[in-house]
Design a protein around this ligand. Sequence first.
Ligand code: NDP
Length: 276
Amino acid sequence: MNYFNGIVKLANGVEMPQLGLGVYKMTDSTETIRAISHALEVGYRAIDTAAIYENERETGEAIRQSGIPREQLFITSKVWNTDQGYDETLKAFEASLQRLGLDYLDLYLTHWPVGETFVDTYRAIERLYEEKLIRATGVSNHHIHHLEKVFNVANVKPMVNQIELHPWLTQEPLRNFCNEQGIVITSWSPLARGRLMDEPVLEQIGLKYGKTPAQVIIRWHLQHGFVVIPKSVTPSRISSNISVKDFELTQEDMMKIDALNRNERTGTNPEKFDEA
Ligand code: NDP
Protein backbone atom coordinates (compact mmCIF):
# COMPACT_ATOMS: atom_id res chain seq x y z
CA MET A 1 0.00 0.00 0.00
CA ASN A 2 1.11 3.51 -0.79
CA TYR A 3 -0.45 5.20 2.21
CA PHE A 4 1.82 7.17 4.48
CA ASN A 5 1.91 5.83 8.03
CA GLY A 6 4.91 7.63 9.53
CA ILE A 7 4.90 8.85 13.12
CA VAL A 8 6.57 11.60 15.14
CA LYS A 9 7.61 11.15 18.74
CA LEU A 10 6.37 13.79 21.16
CA ALA A 11 8.54 15.00 24.07
CA ASN A 12 7.03 12.39 26.40
CA GLY A 13 7.66 9.53 23.96
CA VAL A 14 4.04 9.26 22.76
CA GLU A 15 3.86 8.45 19.06
CA MET A 16 1.66 10.70 16.94
CA PRO A 17 0.73 9.88 13.31
CA GLN A 18 2.41 12.46 11.10
CA LEU A 19 -0.55 12.63 8.72
CA GLY A 20 -4.14 12.95 9.90
CA LEU A 21 -7.53 14.16 8.72
CA GLY A 22 -8.67 17.68 9.62
CA VAL A 23 -12.43 17.99 9.98
CA TYR A 24 -13.02 21.76 10.19
CA LYS A 25 -16.06 22.88 8.16
CA MET A 26 -17.45 19.38 7.92
CA THR A 27 -20.95 20.42 8.86
CA ASP A 28 -23.28 17.93 7.22
CA SER A 29 -23.63 15.00 9.57
CA THR A 30 -23.90 12.21 6.99
CA GLU A 31 -21.12 13.64 4.83
CA THR A 32 -18.86 14.00 7.87
CA ILE A 33 -19.34 10.41 9.01
CA ARG A 34 -18.82 9.22 5.43
CA ALA A 35 -15.61 11.25 5.04
CA ILE A 36 -14.08 10.14 8.34
CA SER A 37 -15.10 6.52 7.71
CA HIS A 38 -13.48 6.62 4.30
CA ALA A 39 -10.32 8.12 5.81
CA LEU A 40 -10.11 5.38 8.44
CA GLU A 41 -10.65 2.74 5.74
CA VAL A 42 -7.80 4.00 3.58
CA GLY A 43 -5.33 4.19 6.44
CA TYR A 44 -5.70 7.47 8.37
CA ARG A 45 -5.27 6.89 12.08
CA ALA A 46 -5.42 10.50 13.36
CA ILE A 47 -8.42 12.84 13.39
CA ASP A 48 -8.20 16.54 14.28
CA THR A 49 -11.48 17.96 15.57
CA ALA A 50 -12.50 20.74 17.99
CA ALA A 51 -15.54 21.66 20.05
CA ILE A 52 -16.22 24.64 17.76
CA TYR A 53 -16.38 22.40 14.65
CA GLU A 54 -19.57 20.87 16.07
CA ASN A 55 -18.72 17.44 14.71
CA GLU A 56 -17.30 15.63 17.72
CA ARG A 57 -20.39 13.38 17.80
CA GLU A 58 -19.91 12.42 14.15
CA THR A 59 -16.21 11.84 14.76
CA GLY A 60 -17.03 9.46 17.61
CA GLU A 61 -19.65 7.72 15.50
CA ALA A 62 -17.25 7.13 12.60
CA ILE A 63 -14.63 5.80 15.03
CA ARG A 64 -17.09 3.31 16.52
CA GLN A 65 -18.32 2.22 13.10
CA SER A 66 -14.75 1.59 11.92
CA GLY A 67 -14.17 -1.13 14.51
CA ILE A 68 -10.51 0.00 14.74
CA PRO A 69 -9.18 -0.57 18.28
CA ARG A 70 -9.11 2.74 20.16
CA GLU A 71 -5.41 2.43 20.99
CA GLN A 72 -4.57 2.44 17.26
CA LEU A 73 -6.14 5.88 16.82
CA PHE A 74 -4.91 9.36 17.70
CA ILE A 75 -7.76 11.76 18.47
CA THR A 76 -7.21 15.49 19.01
CA SER A 77 -9.73 18.08 20.17
CA LYS A 78 -9.52 21.70 21.34
CA VAL A 79 -11.07 23.93 23.95
CA TRP A 80 -12.92 26.87 22.38
CA ASN A 81 -12.31 30.49 23.35
CA THR A 82 -15.52 31.02 25.32
CA ASP A 83 -14.68 28.01 27.52
CA GLN A 84 -11.19 29.10 28.51
CA GLY A 85 -9.99 29.36 32.11
CA TYR A 86 -9.13 26.56 34.55
CA ASP A 87 -12.50 25.20 35.69
CA GLU A 88 -14.15 26.03 32.37
CA THR A 89 -11.57 24.00 30.46
CA LEU A 90 -12.04 20.97 32.70
CA LYS A 91 -15.78 21.21 32.05
CA ALA A 92 -15.37 21.74 28.30
CA PHE A 93 -13.08 18.71 28.11
CA GLU A 94 -15.65 16.52 29.84
CA ALA A 95 -18.31 17.70 27.36
CA SER A 96 -16.03 16.98 24.37
CA LEU A 97 -15.26 13.52 25.70
CA GLN A 98 -18.98 12.81 26.09
CA ARG A 99 -19.82 14.00 22.60
CA LEU A 100 -17.04 11.86 21.19
CA GLY A 101 -18.12 8.91 23.32
CA LEU A 102 -14.50 8.27 24.34
CA ASP A 103 -12.91 7.86 27.73
CA TYR A 104 -9.64 9.64 26.91
CA LEU A 105 -8.15 11.85 24.19
CA ASP A 106 -4.68 11.56 22.74
CA LEU A 107 -4.16 15.32 22.57
CA TYR A 108 -6.10 18.33 23.83
CA LEU A 109 -5.23 21.88 22.76
CA THR A 110 -5.93 25.46 23.76
CA HIS A 111 -7.54 26.57 20.48
CA TRP A 112 -6.40 30.25 20.59
CA PRO A 113 -4.38 32.25 23.14
CA VAL A 114 -7.32 34.29 24.41
CA GLY A 115 -6.65 37.38 26.56
CA GLU A 116 -4.79 36.32 29.68
CA THR A 117 -6.87 33.19 30.32
CA PHE A 118 -4.88 30.93 28.00
CA VAL A 119 -2.34 30.34 30.75
CA ASP A 120 -5.04 29.01 33.10
CA THR A 121 -6.43 26.98 30.23
CA TYR A 122 -3.06 25.31 29.78
CA ARG A 123 -2.82 24.59 33.53
CA ALA A 124 -6.11 22.71 33.25
CA ILE A 125 -4.78 20.78 30.24
CA GLU A 126 -1.79 19.81 32.39
CA ARG A 127 -4.14 18.54 35.06
CA LEU A 128 -5.97 16.40 32.48
CA TYR A 129 -2.59 15.01 31.53
CA GLU A 130 -1.67 14.26 35.16
CA GLU A 131 -5.00 12.47 35.52
CA LYS A 132 -4.23 10.46 32.38
CA LEU A 133 -7.33 11.70 30.58
CA ILE A 134 -5.10 12.87 27.72
CA ARG A 135 -1.88 11.29 26.47
CA ALA A 136 -0.23 14.57 25.48
CA THR A 137 -0.61 18.31 26.07
CA GLY A 138 -0.59 21.07 23.52
CA VAL A 139 -1.66 24.46 22.31
CA SER A 140 -2.68 26.06 19.04
CA ASN A 141 -2.01 29.46 17.48
CA HIS A 142 0.58 30.32 20.13
CA HIS A 143 3.36 32.71 19.18
CA ILE A 144 6.70 32.79 21.00
CA HIS A 145 5.52 35.30 23.62
CA HIS A 146 2.40 33.22 24.33
CA LEU A 147 4.53 30.09 24.75
CA GLU A 148 6.91 31.92 27.08
CA LYS A 149 3.97 32.89 29.32
CA VAL A 150 2.84 29.27 29.37
CA PHE A 151 6.38 28.08 30.24
CA ASN A 152 6.31 30.34 33.31
CA VAL A 153 3.54 28.29 34.90
CA ALA A 154 3.93 24.90 33.26
CA ASN A 155 5.35 21.78 34.89
CA VAL A 156 5.22 20.09 31.49
CA LYS A 157 5.83 22.11 28.35
CA PRO A 158 3.22 21.88 25.59
CA MET A 159 4.23 18.98 23.37
CA VAL A 160 2.50 20.30 20.24
CA ASN A 161 1.79 23.74 18.79
CA GLN A 162 -0.77 23.65 15.97
CA ILE A 163 -0.31 26.70 13.74
CA GLU A 164 -1.27 27.90 10.28
CA LEU A 165 1.58 26.72 8.06
CA HIS A 166 1.87 26.15 4.30
CA PRO A 167 4.14 27.25 1.45
CA TRP A 168 2.75 30.81 1.52
CA LEU A 169 3.26 31.05 5.29
CA THR A 170 6.34 29.13 6.35
CA GLN A 171 6.64 30.55 9.90
CA GLU A 172 10.40 29.98 10.22
CA PRO A 173 11.14 31.90 13.45
CA LEU A 174 8.26 30.21 15.31
CA ARG A 175 9.22 26.81 13.90
CA ASN A 176 12.82 27.24 15.00
CA PHE A 177 11.75 28.28 18.50
CA CYS A 178 9.41 25.27 18.84
CA ASN A 179 12.14 23.00 17.56
CA GLU A 180 14.59 24.26 20.21
CA GLN A 181 11.92 23.72 22.88
CA GLY A 182 11.06 20.17 21.75
CA ILE A 183 7.57 21.19 20.63
CA VAL A 184 6.20 19.38 17.56
CA ILE A 185 4.52 21.60 14.96
CA THR A 186 1.21 20.63 13.41
CA SER A 187 0.38 22.55 10.22
CA TRP A 188 -3.21 23.73 9.99
CA SER A 189 -4.67 24.75 6.61
CA PRO A 190 -1.68 22.88 5.17
CA LEU A 191 -3.09 23.38 1.63
CA ALA A 192 -3.88 27.06 2.34
CA ARG A 193 -7.55 25.97 2.27
CA GLY A 194 -7.12 24.62 -1.26
CA ARG A 195 -5.86 27.94 -2.66
CA LEU A 196 -2.37 26.64 -3.45
CA MET A 197 -3.60 24.17 -6.07
CA ASP A 198 -2.95 26.51 -9.02
CA GLU A 199 0.52 27.58 -7.90
CA PRO A 200 2.69 26.97 -11.04
CA VAL A 201 5.81 25.92 -9.08
CA LEU A 202 3.82 23.16 -7.36
CA GLU A 203 2.24 22.07 -10.64
CA GLN A 204 5.69 21.84 -12.28
CA ILE A 205 7.19 19.87 -9.39
CA GLY A 206 4.14 17.60 -9.38
CA LEU A 207 4.55 16.81 -13.09
CA LYS A 208 8.10 15.66 -12.44
CA TYR A 209 6.99 13.09 -9.87
CA GLY A 210 3.60 12.29 -11.41
CA LYS A 211 1.87 13.77 -8.34
CA THR A 212 -0.80 16.42 -7.73
CA PRO A 213 0.05 19.82 -6.21
CA ALA A 214 -1.73 18.68 -3.01
CA GLN A 215 0.50 15.59 -2.77
CA VAL A 216 3.60 17.73 -3.34
CA ILE A 217 2.55 20.13 -0.56
CA ILE A 218 1.79 17.28 1.85
CA ARG A 219 5.21 15.73 1.14
CA TRP A 220 6.82 19.14 1.81
CA HIS A 221 5.19 19.25 5.27
CA LEU A 222 6.20 15.66 6.02
CA GLN A 223 9.81 16.13 4.91
CA HIS A 224 10.06 19.21 7.14
CA GLY A 225 8.98 17.02 10.06
CA PHE A 226 5.61 18.70 10.63
CA VAL A 227 2.43 16.86 11.48
CA VAL A 228 -0.02 17.60 8.67
CA ILE A 229 -3.83 17.44 8.79
CA PRO A 230 -5.33 18.18 5.35
CA LYS A 231 -9.12 18.37 5.31
CA SER A 232 -11.30 16.94 2.59
CA VAL A 233 -14.81 15.54 2.36
CA THR A 234 -14.09 14.19 -1.14
CA PRO A 235 -13.26 10.47 -1.02
CA SER A 236 -10.82 10.57 -3.96
CA ARG A 237 -8.92 13.49 -2.36
CA ILE A 238 -8.92 11.84 1.06
CA SER A 239 -7.28 8.81 -0.57
CA SER A 240 -4.80 10.72 -2.71
CA ASN A 241 -3.75 13.04 0.14
CA ILE A 242 -2.42 10.06 2.10
CA SER A 243 -0.90 8.33 -0.96
CA VAL A 244 2.43 10.06 -0.58
CA LYS A 245 4.75 7.31 0.54
CA ASP A 246 6.27 6.45 -2.83
CA PHE A 247 8.15 9.62 -3.66
CA GLU A 248 10.58 12.01 -2.05
CA LEU A 249 11.14 15.67 -2.94
CA THR A 250 14.76 16.58 -3.62
CA GLN A 251 16.43 19.21 -1.47
CA GLU A 252 16.26 21.55 -4.46
CA ASP A 253 12.49 21.09 -4.80
CA MET A 254 12.03 21.56 -1.04
CA MET A 255 13.90 24.88 -1.33
CA LYS A 256 11.81 25.97 -4.33
CA ILE A 257 8.68 25.40 -2.23
CA ASP A 258 10.21 27.16 0.79
CA ALA A 259 10.81 30.16 -1.49
CA LEU A 260 7.05 30.52 -2.14
CA ASN A 261 6.70 32.06 1.33
CA ARG A 262 4.98 35.45 1.32
CA ASN A 263 3.86 35.51 4.95
CA GLU A 264 0.28 35.27 3.78
CA ARG A 265 -2.38 33.95 6.13
CA THR A 266 -5.65 32.36 5.11
CA GLY A 267 -6.92 32.58 8.68
CA THR A 268 -6.73 35.00 11.59
CA ASN A 269 -3.44 36.28 12.98
CA PRO A 270 -3.31 35.19 16.64
CA GLU A 271 -2.07 38.71 17.53
CA LYS A 272 -5.29 40.18 16.19
CA PHE A 273 -7.70 37.53 17.30
CA ASP A 274 -9.77 39.87 19.48
CA GLU A 275 -10.30 42.17 16.50
CA ALA A 276 -11.54 39.33 14.27
P1 NDP B 1 -6.81 22.72 4.15
O1 NDP B 1 -5.58 23.50 3.83
O2 NDP B 1 -6.68 21.34 4.66
O3 NDP B 1 -7.70 22.74 2.82
C1 NDP B 1 -8.99 22.19 2.77
C2 NDP B 1 -9.59 22.57 1.43
O4 NDP B 1 -8.81 22.01 0.38
C3 NDP B 1 -10.99 22.04 1.26
O5 NDP B 1 -11.71 23.02 0.52
C4 NDP B 1 -10.81 20.78 0.43
O6 NDP B 1 -11.96 20.55 -0.39
C5 NDP B 1 -9.61 21.15 -0.42
N1 NDP B 1 -8.76 19.98 -0.76
C6 NDP B 1 -8.37 18.98 0.07
N2 NDP B 1 -7.60 18.08 -0.58
C7 NDP B 1 -7.53 18.51 -1.85
C8 NDP B 1 -6.90 18.00 -3.02
N3 NDP B 1 -6.21 16.87 -2.98
N4 NDP B 1 -7.02 18.70 -4.18
C9 NDP B 1 -7.73 19.86 -4.23
N5 NDP B 1 -8.34 20.39 -3.15
C10 NDP B 1 -8.25 19.73 -1.98
O7 NDP B 1 -7.70 23.65 5.13
P2 NDP B 1 -8.35 23.55 6.57
O8 NDP B 1 -8.57 24.96 6.97
O9 NDP B 1 -9.49 22.64 6.62
O10 NDP B 1 -7.18 22.97 7.52
C11 NDP B 1 -7.01 21.60 7.80
C12 NDP B 1 -7.36 21.29 9.23
O11 NDP B 1 -6.58 22.08 10.13
C13 NDP B 1 -8.80 21.65 9.61
O12 NDP B 1 -9.74 20.78 9.06
C14 NDP B 1 -8.70 21.64 11.10
O13 NDP B 1 -8.69 20.31 11.60
C15 NDP B 1 -7.34 22.31 11.31
N6 NDP B 1 -7.47 23.77 11.54
C16 NDP B 1 -7.12 24.24 12.77
C17 NDP B 1 -7.20 25.58 13.06
C18 NDP B 1 -6.79 26.06 14.40
O14 NDP B 1 -7.05 27.22 14.73
N7 NDP B 1 -6.15 25.25 15.21
C19 NDP B 1 -7.72 26.55 12.08
C20 NDP B 1 -8.05 25.96 10.80
C21 NDP B 1 -7.91 24.62 10.56
P3 NDP B 1 -13.04 19.37 -0.15
O15 NDP B 1 -13.25 19.17 1.32
O16 NDP B 1 -14.27 19.93 -0.83
O17 NDP B 1 -12.52 18.15 -0.84
